[in-house]
Write a protein that binds this ligand. Structure first.
Ligand code: ZN
Length: 62
């Protein structure tokens, strides 16, 4: 997987995902999208969407 910073990743995919939904690199890496040294996306957090879904259901009950 190429390494992209969150901004570029979201732009590339048309996402508007918060940083919390991804595991980010600890150190700075060269972003292959914008060519800047930033923290990059390692992978999507597995349970983030599930948690979002559950939160939404809980909110709906109120
Ligand atoms: Zn970038």
């Amino acid at each position: 997987m190429a390494e992209f910073c969150l901004d570029f990743w979201n732009t590339l995919n048309g996402f508007d995902d918060p940083q919390e939904s991804y595991v980010m690199s600890w150190g700075i890496e060269l972003c292959e999208g914008c060519g800047e040294w930033k923290r990059v996306v390692i992978r999507k957090r597995k349970h983030y969407l599930v948690r979002c879904f559950i939160n939404r259901l809980c909110k709906r009950k109120k």
